[in-house]
Design a protein around this ligand. Structure first.
Ligand code: UDP
Ligand code: MG
Length: 314
């Protein structure tokens, strides 16, 4: 393209958001004009089944700063974001949900924090999150688990509103496996992540795409993409069962020697615990090998260079 690259690329994943798009784009344009930076919006229609694509097409004809990509079917929010990333031209990339829950007026705040704080990524922390209690509780649990596993101290990993330096986006493209979730992938990259508080609004049109089942599936997939912790849990449970079994066996033996009595049911129970525990430990060992195969199949780069200091020698 001959025209100059914009400063900021804003990527929006869109799945059945027809009633939100016009206002979203108007709010983005207003926020960016006030900020005084050139921008483009890349809307990724993730196989919407409503009129989202027609609305995006009309908006694109009105203003070419909105570029539109339509995926062949619904792939999910993360694949849609990755698809958008492969089209960005700006030096800073911002992501925002299409449903107006993230106010576009907050975009300049994220960008300023990114530039002034020397961060690689700035996350929008939804301090007063406008979602159901159950949803907020589930997110808190996932957030704690992922923060522990990745040693990232971030309060709102699931927030759709983030600003990235372009180099981070380029590095994200080095991984090509199919369980790529941005919080996990960016943690793996070892980038410097900052947080700023952003406002959050109720969804007024359309509905959340994450029911209980989708939340469970996506979050398990994300945790499994970076950690074998679920496998370790099987091993720990197996060890626990075996210990109970051996404890029972020792007691049976003691009673047999000291008092000469023999309880058949207790013996069968002890054997059951020991066998179940050993089985679980064997399963966990097999899963350890499988998880290593999984890591190889993911084909992430072996290492990523952060900084190189290399003064030409005399
Ligand atoms: N989204 C998407 N593909 C999907 C599910 C969601 O592109 O399969 C988009 C959706 O249109 C929205 C963003 O991802 O722009 C966040 O989705 P949603 O608002 O449903 O999530 P919640 O706010 O409930 O976490
Ligand atoms: Mg939402």
């Amino acid at each position: 393209m001959s025209e100059q690259a914009p400063d900021i690329s804003i990527v929006v994943p869109v799945f059945n958001e027809e009633a939100n798009l016009r206002q979203l784009f108007a709010e983005i344009a207003e926020a960016m004009q006030g900020f005084g930076r050139s921008f483009e919006v890349i809307a990724v229609d993730d196989g919407s089944r409503d009129h989202s694509f027609a609305v995006l097409k009309a908006l694109h004809e009105e203003d070419p700063r909105l570029r539109v990509i339509r995926l062949a079917r619904n792939f999910g929010q993360n694949p849609a974001l990755y698809a958008g990333f492969s089209y960005v031209r700006g030096g800073i990339v911002v992501t925002i949900d299409a449903d107006l829950q993230n106010p576009p007026a907050e975009i300049p705040k994220l960008i300023t924090a990114l530039e002034e704080g020397a961060y690689d990524i700035v996350q929008g922390w939804r301090e007063q999150r406008r979602d159901h209690l159950l949803r907020r509780a589930a997110s808190r649990g996932v957030n704690t688990a992922v923060s522990r596993l990745t040693r990232m101290n971030i309060r709102d990993l699931g927030s759709g509103m983030k600003a990235y330096r372009r180099e981070v986006i380029d590095r994200l493209g080095l991984s090509t496996h199919h369980s790529r979730y941005l919080p996990a992938e960016t943690a793996w990259l070892g980038v410097n992540v900052g947080e700023v508080k952003v406002a959050h609004r109720n969804r007024t049109a359309g509905e959340s795409k994450y029911g209980l089942w989708a939340l469970l599936r996506v979050n398990f997939d994300m945790i499994a993409s970076i950690s074998a912790a679920p496998v370790h849990l099987i091993g720990v449970a197996g060890g626990f069962f075996s210990l109970i079994g051996f404890g029972m066996a020792a007691r049976i033996l003691y009673l047999r020697i000291r008092e000469g009595n023999f309880n058949q049911l207790a013996t069968v129970s002890a054997l059951f615990f020991i066998l179940a525990g050993v089985q679980m430990i064997c399963t966990a060992i097999m899963c350890e090998y499988i998880s290593r195969i999984y890591v190889e199949v993911q084909d992430r780069p072996y290492y990523i260079v952060g900084t190189v200091l290399d003064r030409a020698g005399k």
